[in-house]
Ligand binder design. Sequence first.
Ligand code: ZN
Ligand code: ZN
Length: 446
Amino acid sequence: MKISSLSILPLLFASAAFAQQPSVENSAAGELPSLLAIYKDIHSHPELSAQEERTSALIAKELRAAGCEVTEHLGKYTKPTQTGYGVVGLMKNGSGPTVLVRTDLDALPVEEETGLPYASKVVTKNDEGKDVHVMHACGHDAHMAAFIGTARTLTKMKDRWHGTIVFVGQPAEEIGTGARAMLNDGLYTRFPKPDFALGFHDNAQMETGHLGVAEGYTFANVDSVNVTVRGMGGHGAYPHKTKDPIVISAEIINALQTIASRENNPIDPVVVTVGSIHGGTKHNIIPDEVKMQLTVRSYKMDVRERLLAAIDRIAKGCALAAGLPQDRMPITEVLRDEFSPATYNNPELTKRLIDVWKKAFGADKIEKTDPTMGAEDFSEYSLPDHSIPACDFWIGAVDPAKIADSKKNGTPLPSLHSNKFAPVPEPTIRVGVIDMTSAVLELMKK
Ligand SMILES: [Zn+2]
Ligand SMILES: [Zn+2]
């Protein structure tokens, strides 16, 4: 092929510019072999929530090597048996804004079936002392590799930003308690409180190389609620001598459906799911009680409070209608320690970052994603009043050929938490480094 001297000209200019200033893209590409080795190492050594001893030590070592002041073992849980394995790395570069960059550390009790050469074979004891397989089935291993790449890239580019970066290695995301445990242990008092908080998650349905983000609410408030429905048991042949908690529970479950359909403003998304119901021991015995477990989801705090009050009111109302006395009313227990607040992507910050990413990658690679009723405790970093602008974005992690196959054959792609899910490491990790680094540079530029 003949190349004219004119067509070479832009290439010469481009390489001259590159010689003057290493680009984020080149730095990420240079780090990639090492990041892939780290990724595979973490992938084959997963640890359960609140057991992240090895993983947190690795993150601490890497942050130290990238020039951060590192504090380990951060995190106070309400369960005294759980150990805080949170890591904070401060990268200081004069006065300027403070930006928090978060990765999560933990894996899941799942037996890996990806068939990858570096697949996990780890079996460990869970909180109840039971042996369980462990797998990075949510891709937090890819988050960590990209997080380390981001720290390495930003330390090389100190001439382009000023301020303090707070790198946070957060344990126990999967059980929704790690971020709160770090805040309870002084994340915002012992360390600089951020002006912005950034996080990302790999996406098991999105093409690798793409970035997705939702403006405003992106994940829901999640409450776990236990309802104990009490009755007055007896023989199944003599129902008139009993108050049957199974029939009352069935009425409660049906009546709960009217919270979403009749009590709630249709433009406020809510979910009330009864995920578990247990009562009784035998065909012909009417039991004394039935236990139900609910997941209750919303975005706005006032909607959340209304949902929780409605569940209690409906349960008691059904019990009253059945003729139960006051001392046998249902007991509704909201597990406040397990609450995950809604994740709110500050619209102004999100728009600003979308502009940066569009310039860096091209508008066709940036997807506006829909909010979901899932949960993510990254929300804790923006505080309950969302006073710290935060953005939690998706990085695509799926081979485009697999997406095309799935569309053609109608076979769903493995979701997050599936024993067959693993992000395609390249370019996911490299692009993750570029996404996060370019966001930090925008917020901290000189
Ligand atoms: Zn997960
Ligand atoms: Zn996850």
